[in-house]
Design a protein around this ligand. Structure first.
Ligand SMILES: *Cc1c(COP(=O)(O)O)cnc(C)c1O
Length: 490
């Protein structure tokens, strides 16, 4: 009995391992129709191997599997640049309202006016938050927004007969999706270095800003968690050379309600609604990466854009295609369920709430930075924004890597921070607490980080072998994502 209990809870038995011939979780009623002969054997499939189990065994199996998941609903999740804030459940309730969840993208527009109104209103809020005059909700993720943004920049230069502009500048701290998007759109990527403070090196920027320049992709705040005070100058240099500025707004959680990106000189910016506006994410989606654009790019936006027509009290909403559009990005109109959650979140907060959320996010990150900077090396010792990037350099002296610190955190019930990114920080540990965590949670996280730092000198072998209390230890992550094998073979 004991072994059986242990077996089902601690090992990785499949339903087939638990199967007992003849056991069943269902009982079908006696047939009350005449029996019919089966079709010709060539039309029948082989024996279907299904596990035979009681209902209780199935429920336990899946419940136990679900408990092996790490989630923001169970534990602290300071995964830098991913903004793993709490996802209010009311957003899910709103999104599952049948008027939103039971409609189809090909339904006639007059039958989905409410959904279109929501999309139109969301466009409006995002325009207000970014200060940009137009937007579309079509991109399905941050990287998808980037791709549409750089395709629009390409369309703009081509229309101006300026197609020799092939250079896309990208800072050395950038997220990997930035150079990928630029090269997918046919640009040659040139890296701009950061200076000692972590800001963009303006001299280096000026040196490469010539008439081959298509544009610059810049993240604000940067992936070092820093607000570059030279941002207006940077945009000015790019514009003077005839280029456009793409803003990666995935880190908008630090500045929403506080900075108008249009005024800084951005021509297009994407937002990561799944990060900033609290919709569940992880494991590949779904997400939403709307783009907000300045005057120069409005005509190139991907379709659809939701427009309001008619007079007050008699408004109707329509899906429209901008005149010089780069095209549609997907079969539907965007990840609608994410858009509904996002709208619910933004309306619940209101303008003051949005401003307070970004303020609290920055406050929480600075609190962690101040409390931890004597224990972990802080490469850029200045006020941070939504996240603080530490380095595991001091711990490496003992043979302990940032990876080991991260794996040990799992034993303490904390999700690892983002590691080894940005690439310009050695042994990087990028910590983003978000605004939804309490001071008590932040304090216990600090205690854990201090305990791990002390273990790294007293018992480094414990860290190197961590995690110790998870169903599986260290996985071959690269192979898991390149050759995923999620099929059961009997
Ligand atoms: C998350 C992130 C992205 C990519 O967003 P996805 O939705 O994962 O495609 C791009 N840039 C930065 C800075 C990010 O943090």
């Amino acid at each position: 009995m004991t072994t059986e209990i242990k077996r089902s809870q601690e090992t990785h038995q499949t339903l087939w391992d638990l199967s007992v011939p003849g056991r069943s979780g269902i009982r079908l009623p006696n047939s009350d129709v005449p029996e019919q002969a089966l079709p010709d054997a060539s039309l029948l499939r082989d024996e279907l191997p299904l596990p035979e189990l009681s209902e209780l065994a199935v429920v336990r199996h899946f419940t136990q599997l679900s408990q092996k998941n790490f989630s923001v609903d169970t534990n602290f999740y300071p995964l830098g640049s991913c903004t793993m804030k709490y996802n209010p459940k009311i957003n899910d309730v709103v999104a599952s309202t049948p008027g939103f969840s039971a409609i189809h993208p090909l339904q006639p527009e007059e039958t989905v006016q409410g959904a279109l109104e929501l999309m139109h209103n969301l466009q409006g809020i995002l325009q207000e938050v970014t200060g940009m005059p137009a937007s579309t909700l079509a991109p399905l993720a941050g990287a998808h927004g980037e791709l549409s943004g750089v395709l629009m920049i390409r369309a703009y230069h081509e229309r101006n007969g300026d197609s020799k502009r092939k250079i896309m500048l990208i800072p050395d701290s950038a997220h990997g999706t930035n150079p990928s998007s630029a090269s997918m759109a046919g640009f040659d990527v040139v890296t701009v270095p950061s200076d000692e403070q972590g800001n963009m090196d303006l001299k280096a920027l000026e040196a490469v800003a010539d008439d081959n320049l298509a544009g610059l992709m810049i993240t604000l705040p940067s992936t070092l968690g820093l607000f570059d005070p030279g941002i207006v100058k940077i945009c000015g240099i790019v514009h003077k050379a005839g280029g456009l500025v793409y803003g990666d707004g995935a880190n908008m959680n630090a500045i929403m309600g506080r900075v108008k990106l249009n005024d800084l000189g951005f021509d297009v910016v994407h937002l990561n609604l799944h990060k900033t506006t609290s919709t569940p994410h992880g494991g590949g989606g779904p997400g939403a990466g709307p783009i907000c654009v300045g005057e120069k790019l409005v005509q190139y936006m991907p379709s659809p854009v939701v427009e309001r027509q008619g007079t007050a009290g008699q408004e109707t909403y329509k899906l429209v295609t901008p005149p010089d559009t780069i095209g549609a990005l997907s079969a539907g109109h965007g990840n609608f369920g994410v858009l509904v959650r996002s709208y619910a979140y933004l309306r619940a907060l209101g303008a003051d709430g949005i401003r307070q959320a970004s303020g609290d996010a920055v406050l929480n990150a600075n609190y962690l930075m101040k409390r931890l900077k004597h224990v972990y090396y802080l490469p850029y010792d200045r006020t941070c924004m939504h996240e603080a990037v530490f380095s595991g350099k001091w711990q490496r002296v003992e043979g302990v890597k940032a990876l080991d610190v991260s794996k040990r955190l799992i034993d303490y019930g904390v999700h690892p921070p983002t590691m080894y990114f940005p690439l310009i920080v050695e042994e990087a540990l990028m910590i983003e607490p978000t605004e939804t965590e309490s001071k008590e949670t932040l304090d216990s996280f600090v205690d854990v980080m201090i305990a791990i730092a002390s273990e790294s000198t007293k018992s480094p072998e414990v860290l190197v072998a961590a995690p110790h209390n998870t169903p599986v230890g260290r996985l071959d992550e690269a192979r898991a994502s390149r050759q995923p094998d999620v099929r059961y073979r009997a």
